[in-house]
Design a protein around this ligand. Structure first.
Ligand code: GLV
Length: 328
């Protein structure tokens, strides 16, 4: 690994750089408390062999073509919609990612947002700060029950499965789902039923999005969809903000087409602090922290570093998005 240089595009858990350095790589760390600009990243990558990046770094076709000398791109995230995979593959640049290790942490946030929304927790916390806790009011601040409700999962993969398991264990929720293909494990272990997209949106009391962002899912949850959802339903998105149309979501909540929303991802990110969603009683928003526990972030950084180390050592990548790009 002598002479191989890795560029880390922002501050990652220290373990990542340590593992790379121990393996003999020269590591450049972006140490500032702000992301690199596109131009800074584009220029810096030119003098490196490998790029260690994350979900908000724009690794588009222009970036990859300008840096076609890169041996490998290692993404610190399970989603990789920020990377132009066909271009990387065309240029034989393998792209690594970090699946599995963040499944539980992300499902916890989806579950937590559902509970918080159903009981208006974020809003009530803010009301105390405003001095609005005056006396016990039997008719005020009432939430809705989740017990025996129908949970709809859009994109039942690893994270969707864990969300469904939590909802079943805690609230005996009936699980329905819509996917590109059936998930026999979820049907067997969670008694989940596959339904059409139309049935999913019409029947769900809680609809939780766990798909990846693709041309097909971009903007999918829009006016037409919210309009068909139950008026007592809660929309949860911990996947990617671009899967929902945020203006349509705001309207759907304002007009009572749906009851509430819990979001760990927004559109755009970061969310504008004046966004009306932040003022709504039945809305809970988190700043894209699904994988944000110490243990999970350490596991992610280990996988991402290991994808680079294994690529150079053994011409293999344990978690590659495009293994076909690894030349033998
Ligand atoms: C988080 O959003 C991830 O893709 O890891």
């Amino acid at each position: 690994m002598e002479g191989k240089k890795v560029l880390l595009t922002r501050l990652f858990p220290e373990l990542g750089a340590n593992l790379l350095q121990e393996a003999g790589f020269e590591v450049t760390k972006w140490e500032h408390d702000k992301p690199m600009t596109q131009q800074e990243m584009l220029e810096a990558a030119k003098s490196h062999n490998a790029l260690f990046c994350t979900l908000s770094d724009k690794i588009d076709a222009d970036f990859i073509r300008a840096n076609s000398h890169l041996d490998v791109i290692s993404q610190f995230a399970v989603g990789y919609d920020n990377i132009d995979i066909p271009t990387a593959t065309e240029l034989n640049i393998p792209v690594g990612y970090t699946p599995n290790v963040l499944t539980d942490a992300t499902a916890d946030i989806a579950f937590g947002l559902m509970v918080a929304t159903s009981r208006k927790m974020f809003y009530l916390h803010k009301s105390i700060l405003k001095g609005e806790w005056t006396y016990f009011k039997p008719n005020a601040n009432l939430g809705i029950e989740l017990k025996n409700q129908t949970l709809g999962i859009f994109g039942l993969g690893r994270i969707g499965f864990e969300m469904a398991k939590r909802c079943q264990g805690a609230y005996n929720m009936n699980v329905i789902y819509h996917n590109r293909k059936a998930n026999p494990k979820a049907e067997r272990e969670l008694n989940a039923s596959y339904v059409s997209f139309e049935k999913l949106i019409k029947r769900s009391d809680v609809l939780s999005v766990h798909c990846s962002l693709t041309d097909k899912t971009k903007g999918l949850f829009n006016k037409g969809v919210f309009n068909k959802m139950k008026s007592n339903s809660i929309f949860i998105n911990t996947a990617r903000g671009l899967v929902h149309n945020e203006t349509d979501l705001i309207n759907a909540l304002q007009t009572g087409e749906i009851w509430g929303a819990g979001l760990d991802v927004t559109n755009p990110e970061p969310m504008n602090p004046n966004n009306p969603l932040l003022q709504m009683e039945n809305v809970s928003v988190m700043p894209h922290v699904g994988s944000g526990t110490v243990a999970t972030r350490n596991e992610m950084v280990k996988l991402a570093a290991n994808n680079i180390i294994e690529f150079y050592r053994n011409k293999r990548m344990p978690h590659a998005v495009n293994p076909e790009a690894i030349q033998h």
